[in-house]
Design a protein around this ligand. Structure first.
Ligand code: FES
Ligand code: FES
Length: 161
């Protein structure tokens, strides 16, 4: 067993874990965070995507011990005091989901994408989200949601400057 200290969605945690425990299982089974989903066993679907120190990672490809000392953000930690994160709001308003299974991972990948590129083209959005699979939407409304969120976040950045 290995002792790890991890901050998840702003809360500090310390646990003894098996060295082989995956981060996704630590989040879901140890911390009870159901917002990170498991959609495959091949590291393809992206449903498990979370941020580690602000960078998107597929949490089924990271060991819990590799998260030791790091900050993890799941979809459950995105909303702030002012309500939903602009990406969450845009997915809701632009109907960027149907069954919602891919949505937590899709949103976290979009947040990471917009942090790196606040004004992405449609092609850049599609490329940025290509590690996240959706069986329902045909991606059109997902792309629209990311465009809407990008627009709103740029507006907020201008207003704050
Ligand atoms: S569960 Fe499918 S990529 Fe992680
Ligand atoms: S909304 Fe159903 S898998 Fe994406």
């Amino acid at each position: 067993m290995r002792r790890i200290r991890v901050t998840v969605d702003g809360r500090a945690h310390e646990h003894e874990v098996e060295p082989r425990l995956l981060l996704i299982h630590y989040l879901r089974e140890v911390l009870g965070i159901g917002g990170a989903h498991v959609g495959c066993d091949t590291s393809n679907c992206g449903a498990c995507t979370v941020l580690m120190d602000g960078e998107s990672v597929k949490s089924c490809t990271v060991l819990a011990v590799q998260a030791d000392g790091h900050e993890i953000t799941t979809v459950q930690g995105l909303a702030g005091d002012g309500g939903w994160h602009p990406v969450q709001k845009a997915f809701h308003e632009a109907h960027g989901l149907q069954c919602g299974y891919c949505t937590p991972g899709m949103i976290m990948a979009a947040v990471s994408l917009l942090r790196e590129n606040p004004d992405p083209s449609e092609q850049e959005i599609r490329e940025g989200l290509e590690g996240n699979l959706c069986r329902c939407t045909g991606y059109e409304n997902i792309v629209k949601a990311v465009q809407q969120a990008a627009h709103e976040m740029r507006g907020q950045a201008v207003a704050a400057s």
